[in-house]
Ligand binder design. Structure first.
Ligand SMILES: *[C@@H]1O[C@H](CO)[C@@H](O)[C@H](O)[C@H]1NC(C)=O
Ligand SMILES: *[C@@H]1O[C@H](CO)[C@@H](O)[C@H](O)[C@H]1NC(C)=O
Ligand SMILES: *[C@@H]1O[C@H](CO)[C@@H](O)[C@H](O)[C@H]1NC(C)=O
Length: 468
């Protein structure tokens, strides 16, 4: 990378499935003090354009299977950028093997970049984009050192199973933590419930980080009854609430000493709190929180609900090249989480829900507006509300309530196909499309997403009953 002219002010882009090469190139970037930004391969071209238009990487590593998309993005953004494939190498395209074959004398004498400014950006990750397009979050060296490493409480005897790519803040944390604790990291290409179970047994995995939908998917595999999970010491659940039911169902397959830990965090602040008992959270050390009134922004008293604001002892570097968005969420050193909650008299933090309109789909948070504006491009649609139908194995299934023109012959399948041909699979309307006379509104005449969701669930359940 140094001989390619990459410096600390550049960005290295990675868009690849998990392989050991991903570890190689991300750590190479770390060692020369150049931040890397990874993008999950499931993202559509539009999102990649958006993200790399913000960071403008100078060097990109990608899977051969998505080389075409990556090179289109590079051309459209007119990036002066070399692309190397990490897998499925294509003829005529440079690949990682050629770099690794280069014999340099520098290797034996190489000294990692000495970090003089601990507040410089070390890595970039993405925030979910619940309010508009996703943003690029800066993590400083200090932030990583102080907040990402101690959380896992790792040791060199740990065998950590991590299916998250470096696109996810938890993926970055697992990679760095495993390396610095000299633990063994077991990395599947991607999450597959059945494979995860067999990897635990095969490699005697001790720690594993999962989101609740993945736990549900593993529990619905036949193999869970036969595979020996006795090596497990800690399962950490993150990303959303792990229900007691799911936790209890998981518990019966684990050794009694295995701890199931639920945590609360976000890309911007990493881990913030962990669950003490059902829905009662305790803040991590070095983290302070207060509750702000949604109307007045004043600090709330005990038991009063409001937006959770978080403060770290380490200041946050903000969103990459986006001071305006940074100022919006980060006021006077307090980060606005966008989550609703309260403290009780025992100082436990109760986390209730998101304030903004988002629908979580497996690992992704999406704004219903994105799908709605796509459907509104169909001239026969008068009004649409997209809602999430809760589903244990997917988190939510997207469904649409549609008001169509009176004379329209448009069908539910037309609308599903319209979305399916324009959006990646996880954004498809697999909860169905329902034609309605009108959509539920609030007293002030605005679309009520809460009521629309209730209506969507009724219609979805009705359809399930019809087919049974
Ligand atoms: C990239 O960002 C610039 C500045 O914000 C904007 O004008 C341009 O349209 C963007 N390009 C693409 C392809 O999104
Ligand atoms: C970390 O490990 C130590 C020693 O094994 C243990 O006493 C402590 O409770 C652990 N902390 C957490 C947060 O898991
Ligand atoms: C599971 O594996 C452990 C350790 O490898 C072993 O001691 C135990 O007997 C196994 N349990 C079953 C039910 O095979």
């Amino acid at each position: 990378m140094i001989s390619m002219g990459i410096t600390q002010s550049d960005i290295v882009g990675i868009m690849a499935t998990n392989t050991s090469y991903v570890m190689t190139v991300s750590f190479a970037a770390f060692f020369i003090g150049t931040p890397f930004q990874a993008i999950d391969i499931s993202l559509e071209k539009e999102s990649v354009l958006h993200l790399w238009n913000i960071t403008k990487p100078k060097l990109i590593f990608c899977d051969g299977a998505i080389y075409k998309v990556v090179s289109e993005v590079v051309n459209e953004l007119d990036l002066q950028c070399n692309i190397f494939t990490l897998s499925n190498h294509q003829t005529g395209v440079e690949n990682i093997e050629t770099i690794l074959k280069i014999e340099t004398t520098e290797v034996s004498t190489f000294k990692p970049f000495a970090i003089s400014d601990l507040d410089a950006t070390a890595a970039l990750c993405c925030s979910s984009g619940s309010s508009g397009p996703s943003k690029v979050v800066c993590w400083s060296h200090r932030f990583i050192k102080r907040y990402c490493l101690p959380l896992l409480n790792g040791s060199s005897s740990d065998i950590i199973l991590n299916a998250f790519s470096l696109y996810w803040s938890v993926g970055i944390r697992e990679y760095i933590s495993a390396a610095l604790n000299e633990a063994t990291l077991v990395v599947p290409y991607k999450f597959d419930a059945k494979e995860m179970l067999s990897l635990i047994e095969k490699y005697q995995v001790t720690k594993c980080l999962l989101v609740p939908v993945h736990i549900a998917q593993m529990l619905s595999c036949q193999e869970i009854h036969t595979i020996n999970l006795s090596s497990m010491k800690i399962i950490q659940s993150t990303g959303a609430k792990l229900t007691i039911d799911l936790k209890n169902r998981l518990r019966q397959f684990l050794p009694p000493s295995c701890i199931i830990k639920s945590t609360y965090g976000c890309s911007e602040m990493a881990g913030m709190a962990y669950e003490h008992q059902d829905s009662l959270f305790i803040l991590h050390p070095n983290i302070e929180a207060k509750i702000l009134c949604l109307n007045t922004n004043k600090e709330q008293n005990t038991d009063e609900e409001g937006e959770i604001a978080i403060r770290h002892k380490t200041s946050w570097c903000g969103y990459y090249n986006d001071e305006k968005a940074t100022r919006q969420v980060y006021k006077d050193g307090w980060y606005r989480t966008g989550d609703l909650g309260h403290f009780d008299s025992n100082k436990y933090l109760h986390i209730k829900s998101r304030i903004k309109d988002i629908i979580r789909l497996e690992l992704f948070d999406i704004s219903p507006l994105e799908i709605e504006s796509e459907i509104m491009k169909m001239t026969e649609v008068v009004l649409v509300v997209v809602v999430g139908i809760p589903d244990e194995l997917k988190w939510n299934r997207l469904a649409a309530l549609v008001v169509k023109r009176p004379d329209s012959k448009i069908t539910a399948v037309d609308i599903q196909n319209h979305v399916a041909s324009r959006k990646p699979e996880y954004k498809h309307l697999n909860g169905g499309v329902y034609f309605v006379e009108s959509v539920p509104t609030t007293a002030t005449g605005k679309v009520s997403r809460r009521l629309a969701t209730e209506r969507g669930i009724e219609l979805y359940n009705g359809k399930q009953n019809d087919t049974n």
